[in-house]
Design a binder for this molecule. Structure first.
Ligand SMILES: *[C@@H]1O[C@H](CO)[C@@H](O)[C@H](O)[C@H]1NC(C)=O
Ligand SMILES: *[C@@H]1O[C@H](CO)[C@@H](O)[C@H](O)[C@H]1NC(C)=O
Length: 364
């Protein structure tokens, strides 16, 4: 599927993780990348996606991600709209872990557990805008952040970067990298956009169709911490192996979907894998998701409660859904899960490719 134009863009992403200047809240802004009728707005507050705009099958432009009208609202957001979450995405049981005989105490912000990096994770800090090339052949914006030794309790200094790039019209690539500067540390980054292909203000996503390329998942306890089991999805409401509407079996789950899938690895664990396809017949929009990550968290946004969003929209449960590619939750306590520990010798890399299509209206 790669053509020359895409390849040139991908070669361009081969950047180094170098010096990061500190940035402060006064530098927070909106950065747009655009190609044809497709554009993505981003902010360096949490390296977040604030809008993704593309046509529906009638040619009408629509914004398909949940978010706010103003940057100030992102600063008080507790739903992680559009954000890069880390240093460790998802939950860490008991807000602590042991690495090489040292126990690290983290900030608990989800009951007794740590969620998405703690009280002030990577989603709630100012990232440096390293490069912004809004309308080049490969429009991109690159954010960097340096996380201090001990930040939210995690060991060692880490430099992280996220590069958002439009490779061809209707395709967004996300490249995340992290480098430990002085100590071994866990790193697990995720992109936390809430999607609604019908438009961010079009109501719920229950009638959208989802396919997930995963035959296994990691069951969780009542605090959403994995039990350690890796179980088949077959015969459970988690099975999206064949395309199903999101709402087809959601009533069988008291709190909707908030679960990690083990993405089927056709070509080995580090290659780009097809993870999911989401489609909406009303708008005709389709999104294909590929990733290098081993896991995919499906979250159907059951916790959204009358959030005031963009353009007067009010987001209720199921107003959007998240497809967060990442490592498995609580891997620090499950040696059988793929490790999230990086050392100064090994750079963390995580790729995502979102490809959008629009089915043409039938002509009669
Ligand atoms: C995206 O950003 C551009 C440039 O800052 C702005 O003009 C436009 O209104 C933004 N679009 C949305 C949907 O927020
Ligand atoms: C643990 O300590 C040993 C011995 O000092 C070292 O070789 C190893 O790299 C350390 N592991 C991590 C993950 O830091």
């Amino acid at each position: 599927m790669a053509n020359l134009s895409q390849l040139l863009c991908f070669i361009f992403v081969a950047f180094a993780l170098l010096h990061v200047s500190s940035a402060n809240e006064a530098n927070v802004g909106i950065y747009q990348i655009k190609k044809g009728n497709f554009y993505v707005n981003l902010t360096n507050w949490g390296a977040r996606i604030t809008s993704i705009v593309l046509p529906d099958k009638q040619g009408n432009l629509g914004d398909i991600v949940l978010g706010y009208d103003t940057l100030d609202e992102y600063k008080t957001d507790t739903s992680y709209f559009g954000a890069i979450v880390g240093r460790v995405a998802n939950r860490i049981k008991g807000a602590q872990f042991t690495l090489n005989d040292t126990t690290y105490n983290l900030v608990a912000n989800d009951g007794k557990n740590t969620l998405h990096g703690g009280q002030k994770g990577f989603s709630d800090v100012v990232w440096q805008v390293k490069k912004h090339s809004p309308a080049s052949h490969c429009p991109y914006v690159r954010f960097h952040y340096q996380s201090a030794d001990g930040e939210q309790g995690f060991p060692g200094k880490v430099i992280v970067s996220v590069n958002y790039m439009i490779t061809v019209e209707n395709q967004l690539s996300v490249t995340m990298k992290a480098k430990a500067l002085n100590k071994a540390t866990p790193v697990n980054l995720a992109q936390h956009t809430y999607w609604n292909l019908g438009g961010h203000n079009s109501g719920d996503i229950l009638s959208e169709t989802l396919q997930i390329f995963a035959s296994q998942y990691t069951p969780v306890d009542s605090e959403l911490i994995p039990t350690g089991e890796i179980a088949p999805v077959k015969g459970t409401p988690y099975d999206f192996g064949e395309p199903q509407t999101v709402g087809s079996r959601i009533d069988q789950l008291p709190n909707g979907y908030d679960i990690n899938y083990v993405v089927d690895a056709e070509g080995g664990p580090r290659t780009m894998k097809k993870a999911a396809i989401l489609s909406d017949s009303k708008s005709g929009r389709v999104m294909e998701l590929r990733t290098s990550a081993p896991g995919l968290q499906l979250y159907t946004a059951d916790k959204l409660k009358d959030i005031k969003g963009k353009n007067g929209a009010v987001y209720k449960p199921h107003a959007g859904l998240c497809l967060e590619t990442q490592g498995f939750p609580d891997s620090l306590h499950h040696p059988d899960f793929p490790s999230q520990i990086i050392t100064p010798k090994k750079t963390y890399k995580h790729f995502i490719l979102y490809t959008f299509k629009t089915t043409k209206p039938s002509t009669n």
